[in-house]
Unconditional design. Sequence first.
Length: 473
Amino acid sequence: MIFAIFSNYSPKWKCGDGPITRDCEVYRLCENLTIHEDYFQSAAVEFGWICNENTYLMSAFSQIQFFGVLFGTLLFGTLADTFGRKPVSLGTLIAGFLTNLSAGFSPSWQVLHSLHFFVGFFVGGASVTLATYVTELLLPHQRMFMRGVFNWGVARMVLTLICMLLPDWRSASTACALLLIPGILLIIFVLPESPTWLHSKDRLEEMREAERYIAQFAGVEYVPVEHKVIDHSKGFWEMVKTPGLFRRLSVLWVMWYVTSFCAYGNDLNSNTIFGNLFVNQFLFSILIIMSKWILLAVDAWYPSFSHRKLHQGAQSVVCVCFLILSILVMQEYRGVAILVVNLVGCVFIEYTWDACFLCAIESIETSCRASCSGSCSLVARIGALSAPILTHMNNFWPPSIYFSVFVLGTVNLIVSYKFLIETKGVDLDEATSEIKRKDADCCPTIEFGGSKIDPSQVLIMENASPYQSRRKI
Protein backbone atom coordinates (compact mmCIF):
# COMPACT_ATOMS: atom_id res chain seq x y z
CA MET A 1 0.00 0.00 0.00
CA ILE A 2 2.83 2.44 0.77
CA PHE A 3 5.56 1.01 -1.46
CA ALA A 4 5.15 4.17 -3.55
CA ILE A 5 7.07 6.05 -0.83
CA PHE A 6 10.14 4.29 -2.21
CA SER A 7 9.18 3.42 -5.80
CA ASN A 8 8.39 7.11 -6.47
CA TYR A 9 11.37 8.49 -4.57
CA SER A 10 13.14 11.38 -6.26
CA PRO A 11 16.67 12.43 -5.22
CA LYS A 12 17.77 16.04 -4.97
CA TRP A 13 20.24 17.82 -7.23
CA LYS A 14 22.26 20.97 -7.61
CA CYS A 15 23.68 22.92 -10.51
CA GLY A 16 27.39 23.54 -10.17
CA ASP A 17 28.00 25.25 -6.83
CA GLY A 18 24.33 26.18 -6.38
CA PRO A 19 22.04 25.04 -3.55
CA ILE A 20 20.70 21.49 -3.29
CA THR A 21 17.11 21.50 -4.51
CA ARG A 22 14.26 19.67 -6.20
CA ASP A 23 13.56 22.59 -8.52
CA CYS A 24 12.54 21.12 -11.89
CA GLU A 25 13.69 24.19 -13.79
CA VAL A 26 17.22 23.62 -12.48
CA TYR A 27 16.94 19.92 -13.40
CA ARG A 28 15.90 20.66 -16.99
CA LEU A 29 18.23 23.58 -17.78
CA CYS A 30 21.46 22.88 -15.90
CA GLU A 31 24.36 21.42 -17.90
CA ASN A 32 26.46 20.67 -14.81
CA LEU A 33 23.92 18.78 -12.70
CA THR A 34 25.01 16.80 -9.63
CA ILE A 35 22.65 14.30 -7.94
CA HIS A 36 22.41 14.33 -4.13
CA GLU A 37 20.65 12.17 -1.52
CA ASP A 38 20.32 9.29 -3.96
CA TYR A 39 19.25 6.83 -1.26
CA PHE A 40 17.09 4.52 -3.35
CA GLN A 41 17.01 3.58 -7.03
CA SER A 42 13.32 4.13 -7.68
CA ALA A 43 11.05 3.27 -10.59
CA ALA A 44 10.54 7.02 -11.04
CA VAL A 45 14.24 7.43 -11.81
CA GLU A 46 14.54 4.28 -13.96
CA PHE A 47 11.53 5.07 -16.15
CA GLY A 48 12.12 8.83 -16.32
CA TRP A 49 9.15 10.30 -14.45
CA ILE A 50 11.03 13.23 -12.93
CA CYS A 51 10.56 16.83 -14.09
CA ASN A 52 9.07 16.12 -17.51
CA GLU A 53 5.77 15.43 -19.22
CA ASN A 54 5.65 11.98 -17.54
CA THR A 55 5.68 13.32 -13.98
CA TYR A 56 2.01 12.44 -13.59
CA LEU A 57 2.95 8.75 -13.81
CA MET A 58 4.26 8.91 -10.23
CA SER A 59 0.82 9.72 -8.84
CA ALA A 60 -0.73 7.34 -11.40
CA PHE A 61 1.38 4.50 -9.94
CA SER A 62 -0.34 4.94 -6.57
CA GLN A 63 -3.78 5.67 -7.99
CA ILE A 64 -3.82 2.54 -10.17
CA GLN A 65 -2.85 0.41 -7.19
CA PHE A 66 -5.55 2.02 -5.04
CA PHE A 67 -8.09 1.33 -7.80
CA GLY A 68 -7.11 -2.32 -7.49
CA VAL A 69 -7.50 -2.16 -3.72
CA LEU A 70 -10.97 -0.67 -4.17
CA PHE A 71 -12.17 -3.51 -6.41
CA GLY A 72 -10.46 -6.15 -4.28
CA THR A 73 -12.22 -4.85 -1.18
CA LEU A 74 -15.58 -5.08 -2.93
CA LEU A 75 -15.12 -8.58 -4.36
CA PHE A 76 -13.20 -10.62 -1.82
CA GLY A 77 -15.25 -9.65 1.23
CA THR A 78 -18.30 -11.17 -0.46
CA LEU A 79 -16.32 -14.23 -1.57
CA ALA A 80 -15.07 -14.78 1.99
CA ASP A 81 -18.63 -14.63 3.32
CA THR A 82 -19.72 -17.16 0.70
CA PHE A 83 -16.84 -19.64 0.41
CA GLY A 84 -15.04 -19.27 3.73
CA ARG A 85 -12.33 -17.18 5.34
CA LYS A 86 -9.49 -19.66 4.91
CA PRO A 87 -9.66 -20.46 1.16
CA VAL A 88 -10.23 -16.85 0.12
CA SER A 89 -7.47 -15.54 2.42
CA LEU A 90 -5.11 -18.16 1.06
CA GLY A 91 -6.05 -17.35 -2.53
CA THR A 92 -5.45 -13.61 -2.12
CA LEU A 93 -2.04 -14.19 -0.52
CA ILE A 94 -0.88 -16.61 -3.22
CA ALA A 95 -2.08 -14.34 -6.03
CA GLY A 96 -0.56 -11.32 -4.29
CA PHE A 97 2.76 -13.17 -4.01
CA LEU A 98 2.80 -14.00 -7.73
CA THR A 99 1.85 -10.51 -8.94
CA ASN A 100 4.24 -8.72 -6.59
CA LEU A 101 7.05 -11.05 -7.61
CA SER A 102 6.29 -10.44 -11.29
CA ALA A 103 6.20 -6.66 -10.78
CA GLY A 104 9.88 -6.70 -9.83
CA PHE A 105 10.73 -7.92 -13.36
CA SER A 106 8.59 -5.40 -15.27
CA PRO A 107 10.29 -4.43 -18.57
CA SER A 108 8.34 -1.16 -18.91
CA TRP A 109 6.28 1.26 -16.87
CA GLN A 110 3.14 0.08 -18.67
CA VAL A 111 3.67 -3.48 -17.43
CA LEU A 112 4.57 -2.20 -13.96
CA HIS A 113 1.38 -0.16 -13.67
CA SER A 114 -0.74 -3.05 -14.92
CA LEU A 115 0.77 -5.50 -12.46
CA HIS A 116 0.40 -3.07 -9.58
CA PHE A 117 -3.31 -2.83 -10.27
CA PHE A 118 -3.49 -6.56 -9.52
CA VAL A 119 -1.11 -6.19 -6.57
CA GLY A 120 -3.58 -3.66 -5.15
CA PHE A 121 -6.51 -5.90 -6.10
CA PHE A 122 -5.19 -8.82 -4.06
CA VAL A 123 -3.88 -6.60 -1.24
CA GLY A 124 -7.39 -5.15 -0.93
CA GLY A 125 -8.82 -8.65 -0.79
CA ALA A 126 -6.27 -9.80 1.77
CA SER A 127 -6.81 -6.77 3.99
CA VAL A 128 -10.55 -7.49 4.19
CA THR A 129 -10.50 -11.27 4.47
CA LEU A 130 -7.44 -11.70 6.69
CA ALA A 131 -8.56 -9.04 9.16
CA THR A 132 -11.89 -10.81 9.59
CA TYR A 133 -10.29 -14.27 9.61
CA VAL A 134 -7.71 -13.49 12.29
CA THR A 135 -10.19 -11.53 14.43
CA GLU A 136 -12.60 -14.46 14.46
CA LEU A 137 -9.83 -16.83 15.60
CA LEU A 138 -8.88 -14.67 18.59
CA LEU A 139 -10.45 -14.33 22.01
CA PRO A 140 -12.06 -10.95 22.76
CA HIS A 141 -9.35 -9.80 25.18
CA GLN A 142 -6.64 -10.62 22.62
CA ARG A 143 -7.97 -8.39 19.84
CA MET A 144 -6.98 -4.99 21.21
CA PHE A 145 -3.56 -6.38 22.09
CA MET A 146 -3.16 -7.71 18.56
CA ARG A 147 -4.05 -4.31 17.12
CA GLY A 148 -1.59 -2.63 19.45
CA VAL A 149 1.34 -4.95 18.71
CA PHE A 150 0.89 -5.82 15.02
CA ASN A 151 0.06 -2.57 13.29
CA TRP A 152 0.81 -0.19 10.44
CA GLY A 153 3.97 1.03 12.16
CA VAL A 154 5.47 -2.47 12.21
CA ALA A 155 4.64 -2.97 8.52
CA ARG A 156 6.21 0.37 7.65
CA MET A 157 9.35 -0.49 9.60
CA VAL A 158 9.72 -3.84 7.82
CA LEU A 159 9.26 -2.18 4.41
CA THR A 160 11.83 0.50 5.27
CA LEU A 161 14.33 -2.13 6.41
CA ILE A 162 13.89 -4.07 3.17
CA CYS A 163 14.38 -0.96 1.04
CA MET A 164 17.45 0.07 3.04
CA LEU A 165 19.08 -3.36 2.67
CA LEU A 166 18.00 -3.72 -0.98
CA PRO A 167 18.08 -0.11 -2.25
CA ASP A 168 16.50 -0.60 -5.66
CA TRP A 169 12.82 -1.02 -6.38
CA ARG A 170 13.11 -4.32 -8.25
CA SER A 171 14.94 -6.16 -5.46
CA ALA A 172 12.71 -4.62 -2.80
CA SER A 173 9.56 -5.67 -4.65
CA THR A 174 10.84 -9.23 -4.92
CA ALA A 175 11.73 -9.32 -1.22
CA CYS A 176 8.28 -8.03 -0.24
CA ALA A 177 6.72 -10.85 -2.26
CA LEU A 178 8.91 -13.49 -0.58
CA LEU A 179 7.80 -12.26 2.85
CA LEU A 180 4.31 -13.57 2.06
CA ILE A 181 5.50 -17.19 1.97
CA PRO A 182 5.43 -17.75 5.79
CA GLY A 183 1.86 -16.43 5.93
CA ILE A 184 0.80 -18.72 3.08
CA LEU A 185 2.35 -21.75 4.80
CA LEU A 186 0.75 -20.78 8.12
CA ILE A 187 -2.74 -20.73 6.61
CA ILE A 188 -2.20 -24.01 4.73
CA PHE A 189 -0.74 -26.07 7.57
CA VAL A 190 -1.66 -24.39 10.89
CA LEU A 191 -4.80 -22.27 10.91
CA PRO A 192 -8.27 -23.86 10.75
CA GLU A 193 -11.35 -22.40 9.12
CA SER A 194 -13.06 -19.72 11.20
CA PRO A 195 -15.53 -21.33 13.64
CA THR A 196 -17.61 -18.16 13.45
CA TRP A 197 -18.01 -18.54 9.68
CA LEU A 198 -18.79 -22.26 10.02
CA HIS A 199 -21.45 -21.40 12.60
CA SER A 200 -22.99 -18.82 10.27
CA LYS A 201 -23.30 -21.54 7.60
CA ASP A 202 -24.80 -24.00 10.09
CA ARG A 203 -21.85 -26.38 9.66
CA LEU A 204 -21.87 -27.19 13.35
CA GLU A 205 -19.81 -30.38 13.34
CA GLU A 206 -17.00 -28.69 11.41
CA MET A 207 -17.26 -25.72 13.77
CA ARG A 208 -16.78 -27.94 16.83
CA GLU A 209 -13.87 -29.69 15.14
CA ALA A 210 -12.21 -26.32 14.50
CA GLU A 211 -12.82 -25.31 18.12
CA ARG A 212 -11.27 -28.55 19.38
CA TYR A 213 -8.22 -27.96 17.20
CA ILE A 214 -7.81 -24.39 18.51
CA ALA A 215 -8.15 -25.55 22.11
CA GLN A 216 -5.59 -28.32 21.54
CA PHE A 217 -3.21 -25.90 19.83
CA ALA A 218 -3.54 -23.49 22.78
CA GLY A 219 -2.98 -26.31 25.27
CA VAL A 220 -6.32 -25.91 27.03
CA GLU A 221 -9.25 -28.24 27.55
CA TYR A 222 -12.04 -27.93 25.02
CA VAL A 223 -15.32 -26.97 26.67
CA PRO A 224 -18.32 -26.74 24.32
CA VAL A 225 -20.34 -23.55 24.72
CA GLU A 226 -23.83 -22.62 23.65
CA HIS A 227 -23.93 -20.48 20.53
CA LYS A 228 -26.56 -17.85 19.97
CA VAL A 229 -28.77 -17.98 16.93
CA ILE A 230 -27.43 -15.87 14.08
CA ASP A 231 -29.61 -12.82 13.52
CA HIS A 232 -30.87 -11.75 10.13
CA SER A 233 -28.11 -9.70 8.53
CA LYS A 234 -29.06 -6.33 7.15
CA GLY A 235 -27.60 -5.47 3.78
CA PHE A 236 -26.33 -2.11 2.62
CA TRP A 237 -29.61 -0.86 1.13
CA GLU A 238 -31.52 -1.90 4.22
CA MET A 239 -29.19 0.28 6.30
CA VAL A 240 -29.56 3.22 3.94
CA LYS A 241 -33.35 3.00 4.13
CA THR A 242 -33.28 3.19 7.94
CA PRO A 243 -32.95 6.93 8.74
CA GLY A 244 -31.20 6.60 12.11
CA LEU A 245 -28.74 4.02 10.82
CA PHE A 246 -28.08 6.03 7.69
CA ARG A 247 -27.36 9.18 9.68
CA ARG A 248 -24.88 7.38 11.88
CA LEU A 249 -23.34 5.65 8.89
CA SER A 250 -22.94 9.00 7.12
CA VAL A 251 -20.90 10.32 10.06
CA LEU A 252 -18.67 7.24 9.89
CA TRP A 253 -18.20 7.67 6.14
CA VAL A 254 -16.98 11.25 6.61
CA MET A 255 -14.56 10.11 9.31
CA TRP A 256 -13.16 7.22 7.27
CA TYR A 257 -12.84 9.18 4.02
CA VAL A 258 -11.05 12.14 5.59
CA THR A 259 -8.74 9.99 7.71
CA SER A 260 -7.77 7.80 4.75
CA PHE A 261 -7.27 10.78 2.44
CA CYS A 262 -5.10 12.58 4.99
CA ALA A 263 -3.12 9.51 6.05
CA TYR A 264 -2.20 8.29 2.57
CA GLY A 265 -1.60 11.80 1.25
CA ASN A 266 0.84 12.47 4.06
CA ASP A 267 2.50 9.04 3.75
CA LEU A 268 3.09 9.41 0.01
CA ASN A 269 4.60 12.85 0.60
CA SER A 270 6.91 11.65 3.39
CA ASN A 271 9.73 10.86 0.94
CA THR A 272 10.20 14.60 0.28
CA ILE A 273 10.76 15.66 3.91
CA PHE A 274 14.04 17.12 5.17
CA GLY A 275 16.65 14.51 6.15
CA ASN A 276 17.65 10.95 5.33
CA LEU A 277 14.90 8.94 3.62
CA PHE A 278 15.40 5.79 5.69
CA VAL A 279 15.95 7.54 9.03
CA ASN A 280 12.74 9.50 8.52
CA GLN A 281 10.73 6.38 7.69
CA PHE A 282 12.13 4.57 10.73
CA LEU A 283 11.14 7.54 12.90
CA PHE A 284 7.60 7.44 11.53
CA SER A 285 7.43 3.68 12.18
CA ILE A 286 8.80 3.82 15.73
CA LEU A 287 6.51 6.65 16.78
CA ILE A 288 3.45 4.90 15.33
CA ILE A 289 4.34 1.70 17.23
CA MET A 290 4.91 3.62 20.47
CA SER A 291 1.66 5.52 20.01
CA LYS A 292 -0.26 2.21 19.88
CA TRP A 293 1.32 1.11 23.15
CA ILE A 294 0.45 4.43 24.75
CA LEU A 295 -3.15 4.09 23.58
CA LEU A 296 -3.36 0.60 25.09
CA ALA A 297 -2.11 1.99 28.41
CA VAL A 298 -4.52 4.93 28.37
CA ASP A 299 -7.45 2.64 27.54
CA ALA A 300 -6.53 0.34 30.44
CA TRP A 301 -5.72 2.97 33.07
CA TYR A 302 -8.30 5.65 32.25
CA PRO A 303 -11.65 3.98 31.56
CA SER A 304 -13.35 7.38 31.38
CA PHE A 305 -11.30 8.36 28.31
CA SER A 306 -14.02 8.20 25.67
CA HIS A 307 -13.82 7.46 21.98
CA ARG A 308 -15.30 10.86 21.17
CA LYS A 309 -12.42 12.44 23.06
CA LEU A 310 -9.96 10.19 21.25
CA HIS A 311 -11.23 11.17 17.82
CA GLN A 312 -11.78 14.87 18.45
CA GLY A 313 -8.60 15.36 20.46
CA ALA A 314 -6.47 13.58 17.85
CA GLN A 315 -8.17 15.39 14.96
CA SER A 316 -7.60 18.76 16.66
CA VAL A 317 -3.87 18.09 16.98
CA VAL A 318 -3.73 16.96 13.33
CA CYS A 319 -5.37 20.22 12.20
CA VAL A 320 -2.93 22.35 14.22
CA CYS A 321 0.11 20.40 12.97
CA PHE A 322 -0.82 20.61 9.31
CA LEU A 323 -1.74 24.29 9.52
CA ILE A 324 1.76 24.90 10.91
CA LEU A 325 3.26 22.79 8.10
CA SER A 326 1.29 24.75 5.49
CA ILE A 327 2.63 28.03 6.84
CA LEU A 328 6.22 26.74 7.01
CA VAL A 329 6.12 25.50 3.41
CA MET A 330 4.53 28.75 2.20
CA GLN A 331 7.51 30.54 3.73
CA GLU A 332 9.82 28.10 1.87
CA TYR A 333 11.24 26.72 5.10
CA ARG A 334 13.00 23.36 4.58
CA GLY A 335 14.49 22.62 8.01
CA VAL A 336 14.09 19.98 10.70
CA ALA A 337 10.89 21.56 12.07
CA ILE A 338 9.06 20.15 9.03
CA LEU A 339 10.08 16.64 10.09
CA VAL A 340 9.22 17.13 13.77
CA VAL A 341 5.74 18.55 13.15
CA ASN A 342 5.13 15.87 10.50
CA LEU A 343 5.98 13.12 12.97
CA VAL A 344 3.55 14.50 15.55
CA GLY A 345 0.83 14.90 12.93
CA CYS A 346 1.35 11.35 11.64
CA VAL A 347 1.00 9.86 15.14
CA PHE A 348 -2.28 11.66 15.74
CA ILE A 349 -3.61 10.64 12.33
CA GLU A 350 -3.05 7.07 13.54
CA TYR A 351 -5.13 7.86 16.62
CA THR A 352 -7.97 9.07 14.40
CA TRP A 353 -7.72 5.71 12.58
CA ASP A 354 -8.13 3.90 15.90
CA ALA A 355 -11.20 5.99 16.70
CA CYS A 356 -12.65 5.25 13.25
CA PHE A 357 -12.29 1.49 13.72
CA LEU A 358 -13.73 1.51 17.24
CA CYS A 359 -16.69 3.72 16.36
CA ALA A 360 -17.54 1.65 13.27
CA ILE A 361 -17.57 -1.55 15.31
CA GLU A 362 -19.42 -0.18 18.31
CA SER A 363 -22.01 2.21 16.91
CA ILE A 364 -23.79 -0.23 14.58
CA GLU A 365 -25.91 -3.20 15.58
CA THR A 366 -24.70 -6.75 15.07
CA SER A 367 -27.10 -7.56 12.24
CA CYS A 368 -25.52 -4.97 9.94
CA ARG A 369 -22.04 -4.52 11.41
CA ALA A 370 -20.36 -6.40 8.56
CA SER A 371 -22.12 -4.29 5.93
CA CYS A 372 -21.20 -1.14 7.84
CA SER A 373 -17.53 -2.14 8.07
CA GLY A 374 -17.48 -3.01 4.38
CA SER A 375 -18.99 0.32 3.36
CA CYS A 376 -16.56 2.24 5.60
CA SER A 377 -13.64 0.33 4.11
CA LEU A 378 -14.91 1.16 0.63
CA VAL A 379 -15.14 4.87 1.47
CA ALA A 380 -11.61 4.72 2.90
CA ARG A 381 -10.35 3.23 -0.38
CA ILE A 382 -11.95 6.12 -2.27
CA GLY A 383 -10.11 8.48 0.07
CA ALA A 384 -6.84 6.66 -0.60
CA LEU A 385 -7.55 6.81 -4.32
CA SER A 386 -7.90 10.60 -4.10
CA ALA A 387 -4.69 11.08 -2.12
CA PRO A 388 -2.09 10.66 -4.93
CA ILE A 389 -3.63 13.65 -6.71
CA LEU A 390 -2.17 15.83 -3.96
CA THR A 391 1.37 14.56 -4.54
CA HIS A 392 1.03 15.70 -8.14
CA MET A 393 -0.50 19.05 -7.09
CA ASN A 394 2.56 19.68 -4.92
CA ASN A 395 4.48 20.25 -8.16
CA PHE A 396 2.35 23.35 -8.73
CA TRP A 397 1.72 24.55 -5.16
CA PRO A 398 4.05 22.97 -2.53
CA PRO A 399 1.68 23.26 0.49
CA SER A 400 -1.12 21.38 -1.36
CA ILE A 401 -1.00 18.24 0.78
CA TYR A 402 -0.58 19.96 4.13
CA PHE A 403 -3.28 22.57 3.55
CA SER A 404 -5.72 19.95 2.22
CA VAL A 405 -5.20 17.84 5.34
CA PHE A 406 -5.88 20.92 7.48
CA VAL A 407 -9.09 21.85 5.64
CA LEU A 408 -10.56 18.34 5.49
CA GLY A 409 -9.48 17.65 9.05
CA THR A 410 -11.36 20.74 10.22
CA VAL A 411 -14.51 19.55 8.43
CA ASN A 412 -14.08 16.12 10.02
CA LEU A 413 -13.68 17.68 13.46
CA ILE A 414 -16.89 19.70 13.08
CA VAL A 415 -18.87 16.66 11.93
CA SER A 416 -17.49 14.59 14.80
CA TYR A 417 -18.29 17.27 17.39
CA LYS A 418 -21.83 17.76 16.11
CA PHE A 419 -22.93 14.22 15.31
CA LEU A 420 -20.58 11.50 16.65
CA ILE A 421 -22.11 9.70 19.62
CA GLU A 422 -20.10 8.11 22.42
CA THR A 423 -19.81 4.33 22.05
CA LYS A 424 -17.32 3.29 24.70
CA GLY A 425 -18.73 0.57 26.92
CA VAL A 426 -21.19 -0.87 24.43
CA ASP A 427 -22.03 -4.57 24.47
CA LEU A 428 -21.62 -5.87 20.94
CA ASP A 429 -23.74 -8.94 21.63
CA GLU A 430 -26.89 -7.44 23.13
CA ALA A 431 -28.38 -5.52 20.24
CA THR A 432 -31.95 -4.23 20.62
CA SER A 433 -34.04 -1.78 18.69
CA GLU A 434 -34.83 0.51 21.62
CA ILE A 435 -33.96 4.20 21.76
CA LYS A 436 -30.88 4.79 23.83
CA ARG A 437 -29.98 7.86 25.81
CA LYS A 438 -26.64 8.52 24.13
CA ASP A 439 -28.14 8.83 20.70
CA ALA A 440 -30.91 11.08 21.98
CA ASP A 441 -28.44 13.30 23.86
CA CYS A 442 -26.35 13.80 20.73
CA CYS A 443 -29.14 14.35 18.21
CA PRO A 444 -32.63 14.59 19.79
CA THR A 445 -34.47 14.57 16.46
CA ILE A 446 -33.72 13.92 12.83
CA GLU A 447 -35.20 15.67 9.83
CA PHE A 448 -36.06 13.10 7.18
CA GLY A 449 -38.47 13.50 4.30
CA GLY A 450 -39.94 16.68 5.80
CA SER A 451 -40.79 15.10 9.15
CA LYS A 452 -39.01 14.68 12.46
CA ILE A 453 -37.96 11.17 13.37
CA ASP A 454 -36.83 9.90 16.73
CA PRO A 455 -33.24 8.58 16.61
CA SER A 456 -34.26 5.17 17.87
CA GLN A 457 -33.49 3.51 14.59
CA VAL A 458 -29.99 2.79 15.82
CA LEU A 459 -29.00 1.06 18.97
CA ILE A 460 -26.41 1.53 21.63
CA MET A 461 -25.58 -1.15 24.13
CA GLU A 462 -24.25 0.01 27.49
CA ASN A 463 -22.39 -1.20 30.56
CA ALA A 464 -20.10 -3.74 28.93
CA SER A 465 -16.68 -3.96 27.37
CA PRO A 466 -16.40 -2.92 23.70
CA TYR A 467 -14.25 -5.95 23.08
CA GLN A 468 -16.74 -8.59 24.13
CA SER A 469 -17.60 -11.23 21.56
CA ARG A 470 -20.54 -13.43 20.70
CA ARG A 471 -18.82 -16.54 21.87
CA LYS A 472 -15.65 -17.87 23.39
CA ILE A 473 -13.35 -20.37 21.79
